[in-house]
Design a protein around this ligand. Structure first.
Ligand code: TRP
Length: 365
């Protein structure tokens, strides 16, 4: 069986460090591992419109932002198909068929959807399209026969639902679709990087994000103002690591060689943590180390971004070609789906003959 990746992001804002450690960095590793036969990365504009129907311009602007973010992290269009969801209408068609295989109460139990409904004050009036986006996500994944979906943990309920839909589809219509596996980040800090204010998650509305497209000056300012340990007033006080944002970021970003390079007094993150909890280590030193590490990580991104920002028509061309490739792949799956569901009226050479024979036999009786 071919190993195929599909993943994607809603174009509702620029991508940030949370996206980077939670999925983007991994995607590039998987892309370069050579272990996968096909990789699709989708800009989920149709999904973004499910709760931004009145703001199409926002989605349109962010499609190019997300494309630049992808290219800048090193997603390579010669190895990965980058495409725009709405440009593959087969996905919408497939979602419509999947809606018959899912109950309303099943979607209502989806914890990610529940949280999102609360966050958007949709309790009284959920757009049907928004409510159905987990079903549409199952179609995104299965249209490409994806085996592997690298995403953050908030997406786990979607993959679970996808697997249920696949099982139900194959059971009713015969083996057609592939059940995908989720691939989560391997490090707890990467699973959910907190915002710079220490809140559970980076989120544009909370203004606690470090964006991949931030300038060195912006990054420095944000790191300096990071939330640490409110009880650590004097350097010599013992510090607490729990909920200490710079340390959580170090868990996500630092490698042993960073210590040798930027803070040779410590051999490892564990030594640094020990000193902090004992007392005698200031937040400034920790933040300075973190800033050096983040900057080292972001610098190559900025160089690639600078190129693509000056070659915008080339970026749209990448998206157009990617969308054509994706459409072809999804089209093949849809042919199989239509056949399995018995809605391939004009592609079944036997259908007309069978029906003609049936009515002829009836007439003779
Ligand atoms: N829901 C994802 C997000 O919020 C985007 C997405 C849409 C997706 N379809 C997908 C992710 C399929 C993985 C697989 O960013």
């Amino acid at each position: 069986m071919e190993k195929i990746i599909l993943t994607g992001d809603r174009p509702t804002g620029r991508l940030h460090l949370g996206h980077y450690v939670g999925s983007l960095r991994r995607r590039v590793e998987l892309q370069n591992s050579g272990e996968f036969d096909k990789i699709y990365v989708m800009i989920a504009d149709a999904q973004a419109l499910t709760d931004n129907a009145d703001n199409p311009e926002k989605v349109r602007q962010n499609v190019i932002e997300v494309a630049l973010d992808y290219l800048s992290v090193g997603i390579d269009p010669t190895k990965t198909t980058i495409f725009i969801q709405s440009q593959v209408p087969e996905l919408t068609e497939l979602a419509f068929y999947y809606m018959n295989l899912v109950t309303v109460s099943r979607v209502q139990r989806n914890p990610t959807v529940k949280t999102e409904i609360k966050m958007r004050n949709f309790e009284q009036s959920i757009p049907v399209g928004f409510f159905c986006y987990p079903v549409s996500q199952a179609s995104d994944i299965t249209a490409f026969k994806a085996t592997t979906v690298p995403v953050g943990e908030d997406q786990a309920p979607m993959i679970e639902l996808t697997r249920e839909i696949v099982a139900r589809f194959n059971n009713i219509y015969g083996p057609t679709l592939i059940e995908p596996e989720i691939l989560l980040p391997d490090n707890a800090a990467c699973l959910r990087l907190p915002g710079t204010d220490g809140k559970a998650k980076m989120s544009k509305s909370l203004g606690n994000c470090i964006y991949l497209s931030d300038t060195p000056k912006e990054v420095a300012k944000k790191v300096k103002s990071m939330y640490t340990d409110p009880l650590h007033l004097n350097i010599n006080d013992p510090g607490h690591l729990e909920g200490n944002t710079p340390f959580i970021y170090l868990d996500a970003f630092s490698r042993p060689e960073h210590f040798e390079k930027y803070l040779p007094e410590y051999k490892s993150l564990d030594e640094l943590k020990d000193h902090y909890t004992r007392g005698g280590l200031g937040d400034g030193t920790v933040k300075k180390l973190l800033l050096n590490i983040i900057e080292e990580e972001l610098q190559p991104l900025r160089e690639r971004r600078a190129y693509y920002e000056q070659h915008i028509p080339e970026v749209y061309d990448i998206l157009k070609k990617g969308s054509e490739t994706a459409r072809e792949a999804a089209g093949k799956t849809l042919d199989e789906v239509r056949r399995a569901m018995k809605i391939d009226y004009f592609d079944d050479p036997e259908l007309i003959a069978e029906q003609a024979a049936r009515f002829a036999a009836q007439a003779k009786k």
